[in-house]
Design a protein around this ligand. Structure first.
Ligand code: SF4
Length: 397
């Protein structure tokens, strides 16, 4: 049949329930949440505190840390306390590994969300003679998993805290690998098995992720998960990310493709761009993705033409100057266009425009209206004056 086209000009949002993580809500009508992870050793309480604070000041709304031992779990208690008393109560997520429920239960007291990988909870020795996993086998193994996970689920439930079921391509349980292969389907089944266990225990503060380093695998897994959840009447929010995206330009492109494609389809309630770089650098990429899709407006939106033979000034330099002067006023949109021929028409409804007018002059626009023509060398200063006159201007911090 005909494809249903969304002509609203805005990105849809999958209808999800809101899950609380500290003072942040993930899902529902809430803005898509930005998160990241520190790479300090959690045992280094001061270093971890500083790294979390730095990320939070950069706009990271939820911070994750890794908790491989009971000593680390205790350290998280001190980190959280230091944040509370010396900074603020930043929502924290603990990555809990498969090696001990005591660690999970200890850290669950200190953080707002615990992340588990369901593939790692029941160890099954690969059996070369196995022909199939029967429904009975699946039931038995799920039962074992429930027994193992129950104390954590009950603890989080009773404290009103959240859990992320973080499935990773590449670390599925043997029964999933054997039955479905290392596929999006196997990933989704793995998540669903864990979700059912949580539901049996009346725990619904769930957030689900399906990470993979291959973008197409990740896309399929999330799409299938969203479909299956909907078919089964469940609306848990989803956490998006591309693992091992790498660094630099290509790392950013891969993350943007994976995360952005799904968000554009309405899938995703919180995102983590993961780069092999200082995690602080992940934050602007995340906000850029959300801004580009019109999901959040945390920056000034700049519209600029690519410049061409008609360009009347050095567009790159001017755009840079305009940005430096105005980037502290999020919500505003400003166009910088090379010429008056096509510029004003293509400013995409920007609030203000800076347009090449004639040799040595530029025109300033408010919306589609030309306000004044000034010498090029006064352009940026005059733009600031115009913003001041309109009561829009805010002094830079
Ligand atoms: Fe060229 Fe003018 Fe279009 Fe810029 S706005 S690309 S200068 S025609």
């Amino acid at each position: 049949g005909m494809m249903d086209l969304d002509l609203t000009g805005s990105v849809p949002r999958r209808n999800t329930r809101a899950v609380r993580v500290g003072d942040i809500l993930i899902g529902g009508a809430n803005p898509v949440v930005i998160q990241s992870m520190i790479n300090e050793d959690t045992m280094d309480i001061d270093g971890s505190y500083r790294a979390i604070r730095k990320l939070h000041e950069e706009g990271c709304e939820i911070v994750r840390l890794t908790v491989p031992s009971l000593a680390h779990a205790h350290a998280v208690g001190f980190i959280k306390e230091k944040l509370r008393t010396e900074y603020e109560d930043v929502p924290l997520v603990a990555d809990v590994h498969h090696n001990g429920m005591r660690i999970a239960l200890e850290v669950a007291k200190h953080v707002d969300k615990v992340r588990i990988n369901p593939g790692l909870y029941v160890y099954e020795k690969p059996d070369p003679n196995r022909v199939e996993y029967t429904e009975e086998d699946f039931k038995k193994l799920a039962e074992q998993m429930k027994e193992k996970l129950e104390p954590l689920i009950v603890s989080l439930r009773d404290q009103g805290k959240a859990m992320r079921i973080g499935v990773n391509h590449g670390s599925l349980a043997e029964r999933m690998l054997f039955t479905y292969g290392d596929t999006p389907e196997g990933m989704v089944e793995s998540a669903l098995e864990c979700i059912r266990i949580c539901r049996e225990l009346d725990f619904h503060n769930l957030i689900i992720s399906m990470k993979a380093s291959k973008v197409p695998v990740m896309l399929s897994a999330y799409r299938l998960l969203a479909q299956r959840l909907e078919a089964e009447g469940m609306n848990y929010p989803l956490h998006l990310g591309v693992t091992e995206a790498g660094d630099g330009e290509y790392g950013r492109i891969k993350s943007t493709l994976g995360i952005g494609t799904l968000l554009a389809e309405g899938i995703g309630d919180t995102i983590r761009v993961s780069l092999t770089e200082d995690p602080v650098k992940e934050i602007p990429v995340g906000y850029g993705i959300l801004q580009g899709l019109g999901l959040r407006r945390t920056m000034v939106e700049y519209v600029a033409c690519p410049s061409c033979g008609r360009t009347l000034f050095n567009l790159e330099t001017v755009l840079h100057e305009v940005r430096e002067a105005t980037k502290h006023m999020p919500g505003l949109s400003i166009a910088v266009m090379g010429c008056i021929v096509n510029g004003p028409g293509e400013m995409a409804d920007a609030d203000y425009g800076y347009v090449g007018r004639g040799p040595g002059t530029i025109a300033l626009y408010r919306g589609r209206e030309e306000i004044r023509v000034v010498p090029e060398e006064d352009g940026v200063q005059e733009l600031i004056r115009l913003l001041q006159g309109d009561g829009v201007w805010v002094d830079p911090p």
